[in-house]
Structure formats: C-alpha cells, structure tokens
Design a protein around this ligand. Structure first.
Ligand SMILES: NC(=O)c1ccc[n+]([C@@H]2O[C@H](COP(=O)([O-])OP(=O)(O)OC[C@H]3O[C@@H](n4cnc5c(N)ncnc54)[C@H](OP(=O)(O)O)[C@@H]3O)[C@@H](O)[C@H]2O)c1
Length: 264
C-alpha cells in the first residue's frame, strides 16, 4: 500500500482512449493523461484537425498521442476503430473515455428526427457499443488490484433541465448515459472494469462556444464559482477516476460544474 500522491494518482505507462479528443473537453482530458506519462489514442472525424492536434500534444508532452480518424456514431465506425486498436495494442488497454458528443437545439414543435438521431446515436448508442466492443481489450489488462476504467462524459443537462436551450435529444441522451453507466458498472465490475461518469457544467469548447458566440461572461457570472470549467478541473477528475485513488468508486456520476447542480 502506498498513500504517496505519486502512487495514488499515477497513470504512468497506461494506455487510454479518448473519443472526440481533437478539441474541447476531450483535448483537456487527453492532455491530463499525456502530461502524466500515459499513451493516448484520440479520435475525431475531421482528419486534418485531429492529426495536427495529436502532433501538437505529442510534442507538448513528449509522449505518444495517436490519432485515428473515424465516425463513431455507428457500429461500422466503432468496429473499424476496434480493429485498429486491437492491432496497435494486442495486450489490451487501460482506460476508455467515451467523450465524443453532439448537441442539437430546436423548439418542441419543429424538433427534427434527424437531429434527434444524430444526438442520441453519438451520445448514447455509441458509448454503449464502444464499451461493448472494447471490453475484451480492457479486460486483458484488468486485475482486482489494478482494474481497467471506463469514464462516460455525461452532462449536468442529464441531471436537471437546462434553461439555456431546447435540447431535448441532448438532455435525454445525457440522462440515459448516466443510468447506462450504472448498468454497465454492475456487469463490468465482475470483469475488473470500473465504469463511472462525469457530468460537466460549462467548459470552453466548440459545442458550448457556438451557442454563446464564444463569450462565456454571462455563463461565468451565473456560475457559483464565477467561472467556466478549466482543463485542470476535468483532467483532475479523470485522473482520480483512472488511478488507484478512484478504484473503489463504481457506477457514479460526479458533477464537475462549479456547484451548479448542488447549489442552484
Ligand atoms: N462543453 C461543455 O460545456 C460541455 C458540458 C457538458 C457536457 N459536455 C460533453 O463533453 C463532451 C465533449 O464536448 P465538447 O464540448 O468538448 O464538444 P466539441 O468541442 O464539439 O468536441 C466534440 C468532439 O467530438 C468529436 N466528434 C463529434 N462527432 C463525432 C462523431 N460522430 N464521431 C467521432 N467523433 C465525433 C469532435 O470532432 P469531429 O467534429 O472532428 O468529429 C470533437 O473532437 C460531449 O460529450 C459533451 O456533451 C460538454
């Protein structure tokens, strides 16, 4: 047993997948692992942006950030990605971070079916099938003392109803992933794979930025902490959930929102 912080929170030498790692919250999470000696696979659809980001992060943290360009919203893309990871890491992986997500806002009367499908496919169906497909690779590395981890990136919009926009599919998908986290956790804990979720509040990203013209001042003012989230906030929580320190936390959804859900 070691309660030294360097052992308790270590992810050194581990292998992580961060879906949607080319920007926003996924980039913040990938950076947290990379800066602490893990190897990270990042995915996105836009190839040039992804390759440039992976190169930038590899150089910045002097370690391996490996890009794989894929649309993960259906099983074909997920299986293509699985083939790649299986060949690259035949001995398995340690962490899977289901982060890639999308939103769609429209009023109730005109909410379109294609918007619903796009959001629910990526935010809810995809994390289920990625976890299903990657679980044998996660299991290869998993032991009782050193369990593998899955972290689903949910949202506080899956816990309470947003007053910012009419994002029906988004809130339903995020609520779904919170319950799916518990169900997967129940099954996979027997295979030494621990599943948890994080429910972020506002963070600087393409998704939120587009909705507020990249001016976060109003959102910051309303937040109990008077700011939006930072890379340290989300990366720190992922490191906790991925390390020895988080190995007895199972099936939980932890908010990372400056106190929005708990205090407002
Ligand atoms: N930002 C916030 O305030 C906030 C708050 C709560 C929860 N979240 C959650 O955090 C996660 C990350 O969001 P973000 O705000 O960082 O969004 P973002 O800046 O839009 O990043 C989304 C990432 O997902 C990738 N992606 C999108 N569609 C994809 C697809 N079909 N297949 C594979 N990759 C895809 C994007 O790359 P490509 O476009 O190149 O595919 C990008 O890398 C999401 O699950 C979101 O719901 C965000």
């Amino acid at each position: 047993m070691s309660l030294n912080i360097n052992d308790l929170f270590s992810v050194k030498g581990k292998i992580a997948i961060v879906t949607g790692g080319s920007r926003g919250i996924g980039e913040m999470i990938a950076s947290g692992y990379l800066s602490n000696g893990a190897k990270v696979y990042v995915t996105a659809r836009k190839e040039e942006a992804l390759i440039n980001k992976a190169k930038e992060l590899s150089e910045k943290f002097n370690t391996d950030c490996i890009p794989f360009c894929v649309d993960l919203s259906d099983i074909v893309g997920i299986k293509t990605f699985l083939d790649f990871v299986t060949k690259a890491e035949p001995n398995g992986i340690d962490f899977l971070i289901n982060n890639a997500g999308a939103a769609w806002g429209a009023d109730l009367d005109s909410y379109p079916e294609d918007g619903w499908d796009k959001v629910v496919d990526l935010n809810l169906k995809s994390p289920f099938f990625i976890t299903q497909q990657m679980s044998p690779l996660l299991e290869m590395k998993a032991t009782s003392d050193n369990p593998s981890r899955v972290i689903n990136i949910a949202s506080i919009d899956g816990i309470r109803v947003s007053n910012m926009a009419e994002t029906y599919a988004y809130s339903a998908s995020k609520s779904g992933i919170i319950h799916l986290t518990k169900h997967l956790a129940k099954t996979l804990v027997d295979r030494n794979i621990i599943v948890n979720a994080i429910a972020p509040g506002p963070f600087d990203s393409h998704m939120l930025g587009k909705a507020v013209n990249f001016d976060y001042s109003f959102i910051s003012k309303m937040n109990p902490r008077k700011r939006i989230g930072s890379p340290e906030d989300i990366a720190g929580l992922c490191l906790y959930l991925s390390s020895r320190a988080g190995a007895y936390t199972v099936g939980e959804t932890i908010t990372c929102d400056g106190g929005m859900v708990a205090t407002t």
